[in-house]
Design a protein around this ligand. Sequence first.
Ligand code: FO1
Length: 310
Amino acid sequence: MKTVLLAGGLGGARLAPALARVLGARRLSVVANVGDDLEWMGLRVCPDLDSISYALAGLWDRNRGWGRRGETFRVRDALSALGAPSWFNVGDADFALHLERSRLLDSGRNLTDATREIARKLGVRRVSVLPAADAYAPTRFVLRDGRHFEFQEWYVRTRARLPLRRIILSRRRASAAALQALHEADAVVLGPSNPVTSIGAILALRGMAAAIRQVARRIAVCPVVIGRPSADPGIQHHARARRLVLEAEGGYDRPASIAARYVGLIDRFVLDRSDRAEAPAIRRLGIEPVLSDLLDEGVLARRLSELASE
Ligand code: FO1
């Protein structure tokens, strides 16, 4: 039994280690969004790939929701003192990873190979972490005031405060390794990540949707639990981004509205028990609603493992 998890940074970093424990690491491949990638100080930064690799290696800063635990920011501070841009906070050890990835890419390796090498050095055991695309494929935004921003400029620099008019997802080719993993999979899980800028950015890549439709069991996990907003300010920023992104797409930050984006692609949609009132609307979409506990990754991973093998 092989399972592929499609995911963004936060949702992927939380769920992937639990899923690896339940399924067995060899049986899991994680395809990470690359729409959040940016060029920073001449280096290629891949936040979602890195969050997932750090989490699988036990290095992820879960409280902050990105980067490594115990980071220092001396390079950022020194750059800032020199007058360099400093709105994107890259930690010192994280900087080292971006330097090494950029060196591997400059030496002719593709992002799939560079990611594999780095994950192995970080101590990721057996789980394959695969970029959704090898090409640079950033998500772009048209703001309501007409300005154009790349993902991180809007998300971090403005803290997702400016309303969006349009979201432009890259149509570059999906990576050969991601397509191959889907080809060999018995189940695919669309993770609890932003349905447009994380999962949608993966689905928009050429070849991806067709590869997913060929997998026997296709499951999505809802990224939202209604009425349980987190007290964590970092997460509020994340939730605001999701609301503005869905608004720009004419949708709502609710389970049934998110499930509607996946019609024709998935058979089952896992949502939190407390949102059971949404289940009939999901069933009317032709998708089977499955209730679980979305705030407990262990419980969720066990439920997903059952669904993947049923
Ligand atoms: N998120 C922030 O809110 N502020 C930051 O300064 C920031 C820096 C950063 C550096 C490296 C990295 O891998 C991620 C970083 N993130 C930061 C997180 C990132 O913007 C988002 O969490 C993801 O792109 C969303 O999935």
